[in-house]
Design a protein around this ligand. Structure first.
Ligand SMILES: Nc1ncnc2c1ncn2[C@@H]1O[C@H](COP(=O)(O)OP(=O)(O)OP(=O)(O)O)[C@@H](O)[C@H]1O
Length: 343
């Protein structure tokens, strides 16, 4: 049900039906030489929803995000499709990619400082970012910048525009980065660990802000995090990655209430007091470590760490399958699939 593209049509202007995904990633594979780093990721993002992508460090979250924006470093090879409103991002030419990143798909990184040029004022950078996406005068772009800076809760927007990045705290700077990303009303926002560099109170404020603004604007959001509490509190759907693969995905609440994949189960059960713990505890709790990308493991890649593994888990490779009882959810586990079939 891909929306057809007509020659020369900007993908940004292609109309879609409401339930059609804005972003459709299918069987995305990323490798360096013959080492697979991302092993066949598929995910959808619809307008107005927040999709969290969770997994331990090295699971492939950032590479997946970068591939969506056509920002992978040249040494990495990509296979599979990344479609934004029906247009394949992996085959866009560099001019179209620049336009796509300026107006349609914006990204917020972990460290807000790295997103800003230290020697240029915030005003200059926000205004230029708006003008890269839209035809408008500097005065119009400045008005838009002021309105957006005000909208992200900065009390003195004029003063903020005249300031240099170093004059702002990390939390304020992340608000500026959010303003810069959302000023052009992009359909898609990718937030890669957007609050990891911030203190806990500021984390919650920034995440609340992202949720409120994107919900108002109908933006589709990918939120990568290694923090289950953030995924639980802020996403509509969750995609769980392990060692370069999606092992489970579905609506967040139902998926976390009855996890099917032992990896997700282990993450959730490693914090039996999770209701009372401090929010935003990183995932550093499973015994052992994920396999290195260059290590091939027969069968299921999680089997060596799995508390429920059976003999066949080291022989057969599980594939991501919809649950019989909840087809909007999927998991890649031989044991849970056979338990579901038997019940
Ligand atoms: N340019 C590269 N060349 C070789 N390997 C790479 C390159 N970039 C990433 N990798 C490897 O690919 C794997 C996935 O990396 P990625 O950064 O996507 O993980 P991640 O889940 O985002 O981790 P983190 O939470 O630490 O950011 C890791 O093993 C990483 O070392």
């Amino acid at each position: 049900m891909t929306s057809p593209m007509t020659a020369g049509t900007s993908a940004d202007s292609v109309t879609q039906s409401a339930d059609e995904p804005l972003l459709r990633v299918r069987d995305l594979r990323i490798s360096v030489g013959d080492i697979p780093l991302v092993r066949g990721v598929s995910l959808d993002v619809r307008a107005g929803e927040i999709v969290s992508v969770v997994g331990e460090s090295g699971s492939g979250k950032s590479l997946t995000s970068l591939a969506v924006l056509g920002l992978l470093p040249p040494e990495l090879a990509t296979n599979g499709t990344v479609e934004f409103r029906g247009e394949n991002v992996t085959t866009m030419n560099s001019r179209r990619l620049r336009q796509f990143r300026a107006s349609a798909a914006r990204m917020i990184f972990q460290d807000p400082g790295s997103a800003m040029n230290p020697v240029l004022t915030i005003g200059f950078q926000v205004i230029e970012s708006i003008r890269a996406a839209q035809r408008c005068s500097r005065a119009e772009a400045r008005e838009q910048a002021l309105a957006m800076i005000r909208r992200v809760g900065i009390a003195e927007p004029q003063r903020c525009l005249s300031a240099y990045p170093r004059e702002l705290s990390g939390g304020m700077l992340q608000r500026v980065v959010i303003a810069m990303a959302l000023a052009v009303d992009p359909p898609l926002l990718i937030c890669d660990e957007p609050t990891t560099a911030l203190d806990v109170t500021t984390q919650a404020q920034v995440l609340d802000l992202i949720r409120a603004l994107t919900s108002d604007m109908g933006t589709g959001v990918i939120l990568t995090t290694h923090d289950m509490a953030i995924a639980a509190d802020y996403s509509d759907r969750i995609v769980v990655m392990y060692a370069g693969q999606v092992v489970e995905h579905g609506p967040t609440r139902a998926t976390l209430a009855t996890p099917q994949h032992p990896y997700l189960w282990s993450l959730l059960n490693a914090h039996p007091d999770s209701g009372e713990r401090e929010p935003f505890t990183p995932l550093t709790i499973l015994d052992g470590a994920p396999p290195r990308p260059d290590v091939e493991i027969p069968g299921c890649r999680f089997a060596p760490r799995c508390p429920f593994r059976q003999e066949r888990c080291s022989v057969e490779t599980p594939v991501l399958r919809p649950l019989a009882t909840a087809p909007e959810r999927s998991a890649a586990c031989l044991v849970s699939a056979s338990q579901e079939a038997a019940s």
